[in-house]
Write a protein that binds this ligand. Structure first.
Ligand SMILES: NC(=O)c1ccc[n+]([C@@H]2O[C@H](COP(=O)([O-])OP(=O)(O)OC[C@H]3O[C@@H](n4cnc5c(N)ncnc54)[C@H](OP(=O)(O)O)[C@@H]3O)[C@@H](O)[C@H]2O)c1
Length: 395
């Protein structure tokens, strides 16, 4: 008879409880949770106390536990848990994009050195199967671009601002209550969370391993009433877009808000949903949409990884091994809308060209082209009274 897999789970928050629910209702998988390690033993839990421990060793040193599932919201502790598990040859499943993006090279080495699989489908778009598709399905197609809405909580906020006229802070509070936001919501709002996901996608799409500082990110923290009105006037909304694209042997990547025309496919992606457009030389355009946050949707992706381990699945990192020889580059001109309503103004000398300049009491903006590598250095970008949004005319 097939062996029943015993799981040791770290974390019983939104995703940990989602995994518990999903596992309980999934008959097709021969797995059970043996122990759950949490941080605060005094918290009231919805399931039997015998599951819980605060000792990592109760999982890591238990020879009966085959698979470690890491679902905590701390980065350093998560990296220690995952490293320790791989060293003990216990397969690991994780949803922790920040930990994975910050430690990618080390995690790759550990998987290789200890010949033990590490799967992390839930880390990218929660319920949408992105990584396995990029690894397996798009193995032979020449991918040209992967772009989309990769952050459920900012998409929820933007949907509620645009469709329901809700204020930013009220929409953020609701996203937090519903379990869509990270424990530290600035990771969402400042576009760090989608950047971590983009870093993981870059490995599986183009075989490029980068560090978080390498990629430019700008969030929705400075979005103003006037920017929203401007978008409506242009028959568009604003979405937070993460994108990587290949041109020749160069690959560009960034994570920024963009005006999205109402008729555009990405405008169908609302609330906590994520949406991903994948473009290949032969498959051409494909679109994936699904829940990008929340306990059960994320838990279902975690369970899919656990199930994949039962048939010895592991990432082969095909794009790395194909030696595609792509170079990461930031030498690309982007067309930006910049609004500025305080004492700080964008330095127009830093732009390659300016096509629109509008100055009126209470609402100033310009539209111009600027090189991404130069944009990263602009001092005015750090001021709260300035906001930038990519126009729809971008590569
Ligand atoms: N929420 C989502 O929709 C979503 C989607 C995709 C990926 N993720 C990722 O999934 C992970 C978990 O997110 P979440 O939303 O479930 O977080 P959460 O609701 O804040 O829960 C975090 C859990 O981790 C436990 N924990 C924290 N530090 C620990 C430590 N050092 N040792 C043991 N347990 C520890 C906490 O214990 P206590 O219960 O004792 O406090 C809690 O149970 C994060 O990496 C997140 O980025 C989340």
């Amino acid at each position: 008879m097939e062996k029943r897999i015993k799981l040791g789970v770290f974390g019983f928050g939104c995703v940990g409880q989602g995994l518990y629910n999903v596992l309980l209702q999934t008959k097709g998988i021969n797995a059970e949770i043996k122990k759950i390690c949490i941080k605060h033993p005094e918290k009231k839990r919805p399931i039997d106390a015998r599951f819980f421990t605060t000792s990592r060793a109760d999982i890591l040193d238990d020879p009966e536990i085959d698979v470690v599932v890491e679902l905590i919201d701390e980065v350093d502790a998560a990296f220690e848990i995952v490293s320790e598990s791989l060293k003990k040859k216990k397969a690991v499943v994780s949803a922790n994009k920040k930990m994975i993006a910050e430690n990618f090279e080390a995690l790759l080495r550990l998987q290789h050195e200890y010949n033990t699989p590490f799967l992390y489908e839930a880390s990218c778009c929660a319920s949408i199967p992105v990584i396995r598709n990029l690894e397996e399905y798009y193995d032979n197609d020449l991918l040209t671009s992967v772009e989309g809405i990769l952050n459920g909580s900012t998409n929820y906020i933007l949907t509620h601002i645009f469709e329901h006229g809700q204020a930013f802070d009220a929409a953020l509070k609701k996203a937090q209550e519903l379990g869509f936001a990270e424990s530290d919501p600035s990771l969402d709002v400042r576009a760090l969370d989608p950047k971590y996901k983009l870093l993981i996608i870059l490995v599986h799409a183009f075989g490029i391993i980068l560090k978080p500082d390498d990629i430019f990110n700008y969030g929705i923290q400075n979005l103003k009433e006037a920017d929203i009105r401007y978008a409506w006037e242009k028959d568009a909304t604003i979405k937070l877009i993460a994108k990587c694209r290949k041109a020749g042997n160069k690959v560009f990547a960034y994570c920024m808000p963009r005006f999205v025309p109402l008729k555009d496919t990405l405008n169908k992606v609302n609330n906590e949903y994520n949406g991903l457009l994948i473009e290949g030389a032969f498959s051409e355009h494909q679109f994936f949409m699904g829940k990008g946050a929340g306990g059960n949707p994320t838990g279902s992706a975690v369970l899919s990884d656990i199930s994949a381990l039962t048939y010895q699945y592991r990432y082969e990192y095909k794009k790395i091994h194909q030696k595609l020889d792509y170079d990461f580059s930031q030498d690309i001109a982007l067309e930006l809308y910049v609004s500025y309503n305080g004492a700080v103004k964008p330095d127009t000398g830093e732009f390659d060209s300016i096509s629109v300049r509008h100055e009126a009491p209470g609402f100033n903006y310009l539209i111009g082209k600027i090189n991404l590598s130069r944009l990263k250095q602009c001092s005015w970008l750090g001021d709260n009274s300035v906001n930038i949004v990519l126009t729809e005319n971008n590569f």
